[in-house]
Design a protein around this ligand. Structure first.
Ligand code: ATP
Length: 263
């Protein structure tokens, strides 16, 4: 399944925040959206999931326009979003949170639920171990795994992740990226919106750099990782970036490479 945006613009009240965005997420690929705080990444993600109406342009799945469909209808068509800030239900158990992901798809069949939960449990064994624990009692990293697991329970063809590393302790950030990298394949496309450009480019097949609501650059993760302009602005190797930040990002990238089995 291919998600395609053509010249999409939208925003809030009288102001457009994203302008003429062209973007594509194909089967089995991880596509990163990178850009500074406020560049418009979350707005773009909301336009894809239908939380925010598209004002101009088109959003299509396999060539069929979906930009007039409700958020629920888009889940049923195969797009699941993992929202920024995790937004798990703290008073519900891990298992109950996962069940909500299946309900979003209208799935009430007990056998199918157990099948989906087993698949999610194979990816995130800690969620199975802690299935009867209230989500509020999980660590931040485990809550993020739960939010991703809940998205996967909808059996999406396109999974949209909004800032999955936000607010996580540095030791968990590389681990979350490793987990996201492990979701590649099985025909599922992943759109990953992230401020951590270095790690998202490291796992992305392709990426788009968003600046002031427009696509400023696009290319393979590898190309953008080695692009001087991207390095200067987003990778913490430029003049304007604090040395401590740069060192921390480099350490995280080394950790991720180790987790991915690359050196
Ligand atoms: P962040 O990483 O901070 O989420 P972002 O790249 O996702 O950044 P957006 O959240 O899409 O950026 O914000 C883009 C612009 O839209 C910003 O100028 C922001 O102030 C504005 N904006 C975001 N949400 C709203 C809203 N609900 N109403 C009005 N303006 C908004």
């Amino acid at each position: 399944m291919t998600l395609e945006l053509k010249r999409v613009s939208t925003g809030y009240e009288a102001v457009d925040v994203i302008h003429d965005i062209d973007l594509r997420v194909g089967e089995g690929e991880i596509v990163a959206l990178v850009g500074a705080n406020g560049a418009g990444k979350s707005t773009l993600v909301k336009a894809i999931s239908g939380i925010l109406p598209v004002r101009r342009g088109e959003v299509a799945l396999d060539g069929q326009r979906i930009d007039r469909e409700s958020p629920r209808a888009r889940v049923l068509l195969g797009i699941a979003q993992v929202p920024e800030g995790r937004q798990v239900f703290g008073g519900l158990t891990v298992r109950e949170n996962l069940r909500l992901g299946a309900y979003a798809r209208g799935e009430r069949d007990a056998a199918q639920f157990e099948h989906s939960i087993a698949r999610v449990g194979a990816l995130f064994p800690i969620l199975l171990e802690r299935r009867d624990v209230p989500a509020a009692n999980l660590s931040g990293g485990q809550q993020q795994m739960l939010a991703i697991g809940r998205g996967l329970m909808a059996e999406p063809r396109i999974l949209v992740l909004d800032e999955p590393s936000l607010g996580l302790a540095p030791v968990l950030v590389a681990e979350i990226f490793r987990l996201i990298a492990s979701l590649r394949g099985q025909g599922r496309g992943i759109l990953l919106s992230e401020q951590n450009a270095r790690l998202s480019l490291a796992i992305a097949d392709r990426a788009y750099v968003i600046e002031n609501g427009r696509v400023a650059l696009s290319g393979t993760g590898e190309e953008l990782l080695h692009n001087a302009e991207v390095a200067e602005r987003y990778l913490g190797v430029g003049k304007g970036v604090a040395v401590a930040d740069s060192a921390r990002h480099t350490q995280l990238a080394a950790r991720l490479a180790a987790l991915l089995g690359r050196s």
